[in-house]
Design a protein around this ligand. Structure first.
Ligand SMILES: Cc1ncc(COP(=O)(O)O)c(C=O)c1O
Length: 466
């Protein structure tokens, strides 16, 4: 198919995630064709530096032949095996054992899903089942964070706290609640890490007190909020929230769908603070996007509560045809080998200071108000006035301008709606890849700054602040 007929057919038939449908019809798709290392190629032959690892998932980079070989071997041998009816397969078993050995010590059992949304959905179902089965049916309320993202299932998207996921979807549900996120750049006392941590703990305590601890099931959070704008909490925040949940008698769910698999440095962000969650959701970097797969890991206490005693013969009605898919599992095993024996985890850790320096260096730029990062997860927040931290007016459509200029400079990253630029380079990035990223990014910001409407917006914001 030619480039134009592909774009035409896409426009007519393919529904894209999280997009304005009319805007997509008008714009048309950008069709990607191939990838190698940190680079993608579009259908017109443009080579693009991917600074977002696809959708913060291709942590090992594109074109890893050993993953293709592992998938081919498994597809040839056994392309599908159900885990229903007591069946299993070698890669699924090996992967479950391996994940438990690598995850925080509290997590002993794994249920495999197809991605992150159904991992969250499975977590919600397991939590509900657990409290009902263990005689605490009043524990139904669930708490998450403002700006949080927990996927797009019909229940999980109510835990998500991004307006687009609620509008016209009748969400959040009455038992879903949100607390302010630890957003240092935009919160009172944001420059005092201890005050920020104390504010989050106090907000959780107050919410649980208001709902009644006997009615609250769980608190969900991302160790670093990704889709909400890469909100990096102070060191110690995750541990403080975990400890608060234990004190309050509610379950602590770490959503490591983005932060897992080396994205923030260690294999899991929980590791950095010695946090042992009751449940943990993962996806993305588990297979590095080479095939769909997610998982929810649960503690033995929750597993035993759901399993019940030997006299309970009822089945636990939770399952999916593709749970523990053997090809995805074989891919995940090879991806895990690449993180460890392949040196990618170590490379990501070694390159993190270069990434941080590149982002922080752009604080000098007239458009950049904040730089934040941990490991190879980072963001720049663009502001109309640095002193007042005033945002650009939405009518300026700055994210669209930035994304278009970046594409002209052959660079891909995430330009969020509220003028936050998100970055998640693959763990295979070299020093030279980072040099290229920051050269292209600076050129992009300079070009957008040169646009007359953007200059005018900067001028009027600084006049208003004066
Ligand atoms: C923290 C978090 N949880 C859940 C999800 C949902 O995962 P998926 O898109 O694989 O369904 C995402 C996706 O970006 C995520 O970032």
């Amino acid at each position: 198919m030619s480039s134009s007929s592909l774009i035409d057919a896409d426009r007519k038939h393919l529904i894209h995630p999280v997009i304005n449908y009319r805007a997509h019809e008008a714009r048309g798709a950008t069709v990607l064709e191939s990838g190698h290392g940190a680079y993608l190629r579009d259908i017109d032959g443009n080579e693009l530096l991917d600074a977002f690892a696809g959708l913060w998932c291709v942590n090992v980079g594109y074109g890893q032949q050993s993953i293709v070989d592992a998938a081919t071997r498994q597809m040839t041998k056994l392309p599908y095996a159900t885990t229903y009816f007591h069946f299993s397969s070698e890669p699924a078993i090996e992967l479950a054992e391996k994940l438990v050995s690598l995850a925080p010590a509290s997590l002993r059992r794994v249920y495999f899903t197809l991605g992150g949304s159904d991992a969250i959905d499975s977590a919600v179902r397991f939590i509900t089942h657990y409290f009902n089965a263990t005689g605490r049916p009043s524990k139904k309320q669930m708490i998450a964070l403002e700006r949080g993202y927990h996927g797009s299932s019909s229940v999980g998207s109510g835990l998500t706290a991004l307006p687009a996921f609620h509008r016209h979807f009748d969400l959040p549900l009455p038992h879903q609640h949100h607390l302010p996120s630890p957003y240092a750049y935009r919160q009172a006392n944001g420059d005092d890490p201890q005050a920020l941590i104390a504010a989050s703990v106090a907000a959780l305590e107050a919410k649980v007190a208001a709902l009644g601890a006997d009615n609250v099931a769980a608190f969900f959070c991302e160790p670093i909020q990704g889709s909400g704008g890469v909100i990096v909490p102070p060191a110690g925040w995750l541990k403080a929230m975990r400890d608060a949940c234990r004190r309050l008698g509610i379950l602590f769910v770490a959503d490591e769908v983005i932060t897992g698999f080396g994205r923030t440095g260690p294999l899991f962000a929980c590791e950095a603070e010695g946090v042992e969650p009751d449940l943990m959701t993962v996806a993305k970097g588990l297979t590095s996007g080479y095939a769909p797969m997610g998982a929810v890991l649960i503690s033995d206490e929750i597993y035993q509560g759901i399993a019940g005693d030997a006299r309970d013969t009822a089945v636990v009605g939770h399952g999916q045809t593709y749970s523990a898919h053997p090809v995805s599992a074989a891919i995940a095993l090879e991806v895990l080998r690449l993180y460890h024996e392949g040196g990618l985890l170590a490379n990501g850790q070694a390159q993190a200071p270069r990434f941080a320096a590149g982002l922080d260096g752009l604080l000098e730029h007239p458009l950049v108000g904040d730089s934040r990062h941990r490991g190879l997860l980072g963001a720049l927040e663009l502001v109309a006035d640095k002193d007042s931290r005033a945002r650009f007016d939405a009518s300026l459509k700055l994210p669209e301008r930035i994304a278009a200029a970046a594409y002209r400079n052959r660079l891909i990253f995430r330009a969020f709606g509220d003028n936050i630029l998100g970055f998640a380079p693959a763990l295979c990035y070299t020093e030279a890849d980072f040099d290229e990223l920051f050269a292209r990014l600076e050129r992009t910001l300079d070009e957008v700054l040169d646009e007359a409407e953007v200059r005018a917006a900067l001028r009027s914001a600084s006049r208003a602040a004066a």
